[in-house]
Design a protein around this ligand. Structure first.
Ligand code: AMP
Ligand code: MG
Length: 500
């Protein structure tokens, strides 16, 4: 008897409205191959709301045939599965060849409103880009990406989304054997800074041009009519990534592995690995077990993104001008847009978090003083801003905020300056507090809750805590029972693991 490892293609009834523009790019952009089937797929979760957004039938996705598709055992009609080629700087060192080592792009789904989305299976088996990896993913990291990416979407942060998670019935070997899973992920595209670097490293200017045209058509259509479309593309990515990192900073999100291959061209948060949220506010916070130097610490993220964008600019040099000197000048001008884009979004966001209308000299200093006091006093980032919403309505709210500071007097000194500024601004206190509650989440995916949810799923096959946490973090701006509690110090420092 021979076992077949080929995915089934015949006779399916579950339909996806595919139109696969990336598959039409030249051969050297990717390897064509089907996902590798798994032993015993079982649905862990399907995202019904996202399915409907895409024009897919959630019941069909959850059906036995749907689960076969989500696991990679069946290739649906119209799919043109491929693994994309890319390169990237990992922790500062360049790898000319990375690529989808454990992911397969099934195709691009055209939603009812015409929007185009990549549908990718992550953990779907080995590809020509797997190097020494097994091409697989474990249940824990798959559910972490599911939870955190859906929380980010609910927080209003541009991000890839989770359409479904299935367990495979197969173990993956990590430090110990772990249950395997496949994540079905949706993105506006999976084009990365590293995709441009792949062709730049090969001096393949023709492919760079094809990729730039493709990225412009998908993500920056207005750039097509610019005097220099490549420059407009670079400026567009710079602006979106500046705004994106500002959003991360404003909610205490740490990506954890901001390599250039994990930096999207569309401006979405992508490749959730060792990501986590701050509890106590400390810019030096690092959770990732592999980030020994703290390169991707919370407070380093804006600077790292600028560095990543400089790598994109380098890759685009051949498209920016005829001679290199002129191209470098263009690249530098485009990169100069980063700091203003980040600062406008970050400082505007901070003003909104503390309820300041309009913009006055001294606002940024006022917000900065609060952050400094929080850092010096170990204040919980999420709770401090959420409780401040009530303090904006009435001084009766002060006690709850000051209780978050090791030295509550540090808050008092700040609060009196803040109240002075609010009084000058005037306006209705209840309206101000409501606006603050719309930007300061009550609920984030707390590390200890994420850990407990993954642990229950992995060790006890109990998805209850995952479901409960998902329901909670996808309503982040609602006050919820039990959410207004400072998490206790963990027995061991929280640590997240990458690529597992
Ligand atoms: P990351 O930084 O985790 O997004 O991944 C870096 C590179 O390693 C990418 O090319 C991934 O496709 C690849 N990779 C990560 N984990 C695996 C795995 N288990 N098997 C094969 N390739 C992997
Ligand atoms: Mg990656």
């Amino acid at each position: 008897m021979t076992t077949t490892l080929e995915a089934t293609r015949e006779g399916g009834t579950v339909r996806f409205p595919f139109d696969n523009s990336y598959a039409r790019l030249p051969d050297r952009f990717r390897a064509r191959l089907d996902p590798t089937p798994v032993a015993a797929p079982r649905l862990l979760k399907v995202n019904a709301a996202l399915a409907e957004r895409l024009g897919l039938d959630p019941a069909a996705l959850a059906s036995p045939e749907g689960v076969q598709i989500l696991a990679g055992n069946r290739v649906p009609e119209g799919a043109e599965p491929l693994a994309a080629a890319y390169a990237g700087h990992q922790f500062g060192g360049f790898s000319p060849q990375l690529g989808d080592g454990r992911a397969i792009l099934l195709g691009e789904v055209i939603a009812p409103d015409g929007a185009r989305f990549d549908l990718q299976l992550k953990g779907s088996g080995r590809t020509p880009f797997s190097r020494s990896g097994d091409g697989r993913a474990a249940v824990g990291p798959v559910l972490r990406e599911y939870l955190v990416s859906e929380a980010m979407a609910a927080l209003g942060v541009p991000t890839t989304r989770a359409l479904a998670a299935v367990s495979t019935g197969q173990a993956v070997m990590r430090e110990t054997p772990l249950p395997g899973a496949v994540l079905a992920r949706v993105a506006s595209s999976h084009i990365r800074v590293g995709t441009f670097q792949f062709f730049a490293a090969r001096r393949d200017v023709e492919a760079l041009q094809v990729l730039a045209d493709h990225a412009i058509a998908r993500h920056y259509p207005e750039a097509a009519g610019a005097p220099s479309p490549a420059r407009a593309l670079l400026e567009g990515v710079v602006a979106r990534q500046g705004a994106l990192v500002a959003r991360w900073m404003l909610i205490g999100f740490i990506h954890g592995v901001m390599n250039t291959d994990n930096t999207s061209i569309s401006g979405e948060t992508i490749d959730y690995g060792p990501c986590a949220f701050l509890d106590a506010y400390d810019p030096a916070t690092v959770f990732s077990s592999i980030d020994h130097g703290g390169r991707y610490a919370y407070g380093n993220q804006p600077g790292i993104m600028q560095w990543n964008l400089a790598r994109l600019a380098e890759a685009l040099l051949p498209l920016l001008a005829e001679d290199e000197e002129a191209a470098v000048a263009v690249a530098q001008e485009a990169l100069a847009g980063y700091a203003p884009a980040f600062e406008a979004a970050y400082l505007g966001g901070l003003r909104a978090k503390i309820g300041l209308p309009g913009e006055r000299a001294g606002d940024h200093a006022l917000a900065g003083e609060l952050l400094k006091a929080m850092a010096e006093n170990g204040a919980d980032f999420t709770l401090a801003f959420r409780r401040l919403c009530r303090a904006a309505e009435s001084e009766a709210g002060d006690e709850a905020v000051r209780a978050l500071f090791a030295d509550p007097a540090a808050y008092d000194a700040w609060a009196s300056r803040w109240r002075g500024r609010l009084a000058e601004a005037g306006g209705d206190a209840a309206v101000r507090a409501a606006a603050m509650r719309a930007v300061n989440p009550a609920v984030i995916p707390r590390n200890h809750l994420v850990e407990a949810a993954l642990e229950a799923a992995v060790r006890r096959d109990d998805l209850g805590p995952f479901e409960a946490l998902l329901a909670s973090v996808t309503r982040p701006f609602e006050d919820q029972p039990g959410a207004d509690v400072v998490p206790g110090a963990p027995e061991t420092p929280y640590m997240t693991f990458c690529g597992t």
